[in-house]
Ligand binder design. Structure first.
Ligand SMILES: [Zn+2]
Length: 284
């Protein structure tokens, strides 16, 4: 019976969502534009850390530090933020902004949360079907942010996605994604590089269905920088030093990813395609 229901839902999915995926680009050969997406913001505070700090504050602080490191050190890279103040940005608009300016990499920054306060560590996700209930739970919690959008039920951008339905979270991960290889590679670099310098241990690279990654037409990852519900992680995530260290780890991953991408392309002897930027996006 379950298989029948799932098949029905799958059929429904392809009927309802055929135009949901705008991907028609090949993976970039160079890293010219990076979109940094500080999770949550404004009326959506994200998860809470023992009434000491909200996720939205940590994600913004880490994102701004990461953006500055990239701008200061990689002069040929353009950094764009989906938000650079405490404001609400709808989930669909975040990857949409990256698509509009043809970004080469999308990095969404978040903090984790769990009723088990001993759960600790960082995880970097890329789009795909979750392998554990824990991974699904993380995606469900992050995707629940759309409930702050008054019109999400009628917004075509979400194709009828229901954040309360377990099947909904599974179905929308079944879309082909041309950027999985590079997303996996960058995710691995983020975990490896942050783990080298951060006090927060790595829980590894994972996959789950995140709405914020779903429509991104470029390699894209979601970094769960640590657990705000864990005393040790929270102390680090709250501190200037901790935020700087995490930003530095992600920056090193960006630097390495760029180097590897350009080396691979140079060995093939090609040139990158021209890009045009959309000045309506938040830029620095
Ligand atoms: Zn979040």
């Amino acid at each position: 019976m379950r298989i029948v229901i799932f098949s029905f839902l799958l059929a429904l999915f392809f009927l309802v969502l055929p135009s949901a995926k705008p991907i028609n680009r090949m993976p970039a050969k160079q890293l010219k534009t990076i979109v940094i997406d500080p999770g949550h913001g404004g009326l959506d505070p994200g998860c809470n850390g023992a009434n000491e700090i909200w996720e939205k504050a940590v994600t913004l602080a880490v994102s701004l530090k990461l953006g500055k490191l990239i701008s200061d050190s990689l002069e040929d890279v353009n950094v764009v933020f989906t938000r650079n103040t405490d404001k609400f940005v709808e989930l669909w608009e975040r990857p949409n902004m990256a698509n509009r300016i043809k970004a080469d990499l999308f990095i969404s920054i978040h903090c984790n949360s769990n009723v088990n306060t001993t759960a600790a560590g960082s995880e970097t996700y890329f789009m795909g079907l979750h392998k554990t209930q824990g991974n699904l739970d993380v995606a469900k919690r992050e995707n629940a942010a759309i409930k702050f959008e008054s019109n999400y039920k009628t917004n075509d951008r979400y194709g009828g996605f229901d954040p309360n339905s377990p099947e909904g979270h599974i179905i929308f991960t079944l879309v082909q994604n041309a950027f999985l290889q590079q997303s996996l590679k960058f995710s691995s670099l983020v975990e490896a590089q942050t783990n080298k310098i951060s006090r927060i241990k790595s829980r590894g690279v994972k996959q789950a269905g995140f709405l914020v990654l779903w429509q991104a037409a470029m390699p894209s990852v979601l970094v769960e920088t640590g657990f705000l519900t864990n005393t040790g992680d929270r102390g680090f995530l709250k501190s200037e030093e901790g935020q700087k260290t995490i930003a530095k780890g992600i920056f090193r991953a960006v630097r390495q990813y760029k180097k590897d991408l350009e080396k691979a392309f140079a060995s093939k002897g090609g040139e990158s395609s021209k890009r045009t930027d959309d000045s309506s996006a938040v830029q620095r």
